[in-house]
Design a protein around this ligand. Structure first.
Ligand code: DOR
Length: 426
């Protein structure tokens, strides 16, 4: 039994407390205290349901030099995540039931965050032949996506949506038009011209989202079940507007935004530092502001990390050659707590929802509210400020575009079904 004393509670329903939370048998036993062997002083901290990340690259199998299940899932619990969806763009891609099963079993044995693998929508993520959705789901896949690749053939995406619909599996898309994006390494526009770098235009995202929404309309018309489209890492104002209109028209579409698109802009590229190179690219301030509005009005369902670890040697190459990607599992919540809630007054309740019930809904999971009887997959967050120090990351990617930023809201205790999986109490 664990007792967390005098702690404020925050979930998608709101804030309350301070209360004394008694945890045992994997559940919240009482919000009125009780006897426990381990007592944690929660004064000044707040307790939230465990976070779910819809989008993390853990690189296993094949690129364990960048990350593996152990380092990635340890980074996850240190970031307050009790559940995580791993992307299938590994080497080889996760496109068979055997591969999904192997990941699930290995992750379970580690006893850290719970892994929910995404499987490739097409064999080898080549965009041609669909994978066996039913068998992948039976093996434990919760989402189908060719993430990292851009599903050029609309007919294949349509067939994928039709195949996944009766299973209730969402299909997630990396919405960038390959032709418009070309070899862009940053946002297209005057700054890219000034820096002499190839640009990736906002229209590459918007054009692809527009197409994918038409594909969804078609699948909806042709399927007796509801096809579900999830748009990954939205980065543009126009892309957001398209999703907003589609939602208003009742289309079954959901969307996520990343910590980097919510806190950084293309201005960071003035340094020519590949730490800021990511796909889709960091955009302008107007796009970032639009994303913040999208978080508030429900156009965005979730904040998802797109945690994309690479080796430092790769990220130290020049901007044209370095790989795309930003690691963020360990800083995502403190970053948004500080930059959105503390600095801009973004409601804490909604922020927590975007890390918990929002992503849970995308996967069709029930909400997790802090009540007696609720599963004790929880995170205790400490508002005390600390600077970001990537040298202390559990992730193998020990670098960060946010190095030195002073943040509050650090996870100091993470529990999965009542078991402590991360503890950094002072
Ligand atoms: O920046 C990115 N990195 N975007 C992607 O779509 C893929 C990811 C990766 O796997 O490194």
């Amino acid at each position: 039994m664990i007792l967390i004393r005098n702690v404020r509670l925050v979930d998608a329903m709101g804030e309350r407390g301070p209360l004394d939370v008694l945890i045992g048998e994997g559940r919240i036993l009482s919000l009125e205290g009780g006897e426990a062997k381990q007592v944690v002083d929660g004064t000044g901290c707040f307790l939230a349901p465990g976070f779910l990340d819809l989008h993390a690259h853990l690189r296993e199998p094949g690129e364990e030099v960048k990350e593996d299940l152990f380092s990635g899932l340890l980074a996850a619990v240190r970031g307050g995540y009790t559940d995580l969806v791993s992307m299938p763009n590994t080497k080889p891609p996760v496109d068979t039931p055997e591969a999904v099963r192997a990941l699930k079993e290995k992750a379970k044995a580690l006893g850290l965050a719970r892994l929910h693998p995404a499987a490739a929508l097409t064999e080898k993520q080549e965009g041609k032949t669909l994978t066996p959705a039913g068998l992948l789901q039976e093996a434990g896949a919760v989402l189908l996506t060719d993430d990292g690749r851009t599903n050029e053939d609309a007919g294949v995406l349509a067939a994928g949506l039709l195949m996944a619909a009766p299973l209730g599996l969402p299909v997630a898309v990396h919405a960038e038009d390959a032709g418009l994006r070309r070899n862009g390494v940053m946002n297209d526009g005057p700054l890219a011209d000034l820096l002499g770098l190839p640009g990736n235009p906002t229209e590459a995202e918007a054009a692809r989202i527009a197409r994918d929404l038409e594909v969804l309309r078609y699948a909806l018309r042709r399927s007796p079940a509801t096809p579900r489209l999830h748009v990954q890492h939205l980065s543009t104002k126009r892309g957001l507007e398209l999703v907003r209109e589609a939602k208003r028209a009742g289309l079954p579409v959901t969307a996520e935004a990343t910590p980097h698109h919510l806190t950084l802009t293309e201005e960071a590229l003035r340094t020519f530092d590949p730490l800021f190179k990511v796909a889709p690219p960091l955009r302008g301030e107007e796009d970032r502001e639009a994303l913040l509005e999208g978080l508030l009005d429900g156009t965005l369902d979730a904040i998802a990390t797109d945690h994309a670890p690479h080796t430092l040697a790769e990220k130290e190459m020049d901007l044209l050659r370095a790989p795309f990607g930003i690691p963020s599992l360990e800083v995502a919540f403190p970053l948004l707590y500080t930059e959105l809630h503390l600095k801009r007054g973004f409601p804490l309740r909604r922020l927590v929802e975007l890390f918990t019930d929002g992503p849970r809904r995308v996967l069709g999971l029930p909400p997790l509210h802090l009540e007696e009887g609720t599963e004790a997959s929880l995170v205790l967050l400490d508002p005390k400020e600390r600077p970001v120090d990537p040298q202390g990351f559990a992730s193998k990617a020990r670098f960060s575009p946010w190095t030195g930023w002073r943040l509050g809201g650090w996870p100091v205790l993470t529990l999965v079904e009542g078991r402590i999986v991360h503890e950094a109490l002072e």
